[in-house]
Design a protein around this ligand. Sequence first.
Ligand code: SF4
Length: 116
Amino acid sequence: MTSYNDLWLIGIAWRLDRLRWAPTALLTGCVRSHGLCMAEFPADEPAWLDQQLTDRELAAAMCQGCPVTDECLELELRSGGADTGGVWGGLSADDRRELHAHWLCRGERAERGVAR
Ligand code: SF4
């Protein structure tokens, strides 16, 4: 039986299909230019810094409001693959590792990066 978590991740994998043919260099430039975490750190510490958050909550908090979350996620799935770590695309490493299997099932990509 498919779990709620699987359905959630399958939905994200479907959503990323719109980036299927985007060249990796284009995604990289987009994330570098527009990613929230690529900008200078704000003068005030984020409110979530002192909170006890799960990895999933931390990822959601860190990437909240980023305009290139999907591009970042697609890029990390291509480059990090199943060995992905840290926070990218608003998801924890565990969630991205699970997402990777669903993402692979979605078929061809412009470039897949290193197969893992
Ligand atoms: S989605 Fe998160 S990790 Fe990726 S560029 Fe945006 S803020 Fe940075």
